[in-house]
Design a binder for this molecule. Structure first.
Ligand code: BTN
Length: 228
């Protein structure tokens, strides 16, 4: 079955992640793809909120059955970022931000959800800024939209279609080696500054084994699993 035949567009959702989770809990099988252009309570990484404007952004959550068997769920989030960058001529920054000219145009959240059989399934949520021309003050300096950056807008349906084509072409990804070449085409992580979980400042050197971040902290090279 082509996963694209499972796309459900809903008029409004608090969080598309929760709609997909509810489906998994109630025993749904097969691909689940729920999207909206009007998400009112979007979640971002690290407990942050993800704000979209009604009709001007795309929120979509996806689970594909084969993802539930993967041992490296973070690679799906990285694949989603590559898919998005490839669809809109953007760049990726570890772990899975999508940027144009250094400003974030899309974000990816991966949540591990237990289905009705007790299997952990990664639910991938993608928030894409389509037509916004203004952002809340706290993110205005680091956010952009396709309309601002590319001078044209995509409809939510078109944008989802293009992203999914790319994501499905990465369906074979199981290890970092499977994704490395595609990631490298779009990567702009090197040189970005991160704050590590211990509070230290780090400068990105690149991507290490298994999709980890390779960075420099006061001249010392470290490999880290989490940083912002
Ligand atoms: C980030 O913090 O960069 C990740 C943002 C992810 C937002 C998307 S929008 C679709 C899905 N539903 C949510 O509530 N969050 C994700």
């Amino acid at each position: 079955m082509n996963p694209k035949s499972c796309i459900e567009f809903v008029d409004e959702a608090v969080s598309t992640q929760d709609l997909v989770k509810a489906r998994l809990h109630s025993g749904a099988s097969g691909p689940i793809i729920i999207a909206t252009a009007n998400q009112t309570g979007g979640r971002g990484r690290l407990g942050r909120t993800w704000v979209g404007r009604p009709g001007e952004s795309l929120a979509v959550s996806i689970v594909l059955p084969r993802w539930c068997r993967l041992r490296r769920p973070w690679l799906i989030g990285m694949s989603a970022a590559v898919a998005c960058a490839s669809a809109f001529d953007a760049r990726v920054q570890w772990p899975n931000d999508v940027v144009i000219d250094g400003r974030k145009v899309a974000g990816v959240l991966v949540e591990l959800v237990t289905d009705h059989l007790g299997t952990g399934c990664p639910v991938v949520g993608i928030g894409l800024n389509l037509g916004q021309t203004e952002f809340p003050a706290e993110i205005a300096h680091r956010a952009t939209s396709l309309k601002l950056a590319r001078g044209r807008s995509w409809t939510p349906e078109e944008a989802l279609d293009q992203m999914l084509d790319r994501l499905l072409s990465l369906e074979h990804v199981e290890t970092w080696e499977d994704l490395r070449d595609a990631w490298s085409v779009f990567d702009s992580t090197r040189g970005k500054r991160y704050r590590l979980t211990g509070g230290e400042e780090a400068e990105a050197l690149g991507i290490g084994a298994d999709g980890t971040l390779l960075c420099s902290v006061d001249g010392e090279t470290r490999t880290v699993l989490a940083a912002e």
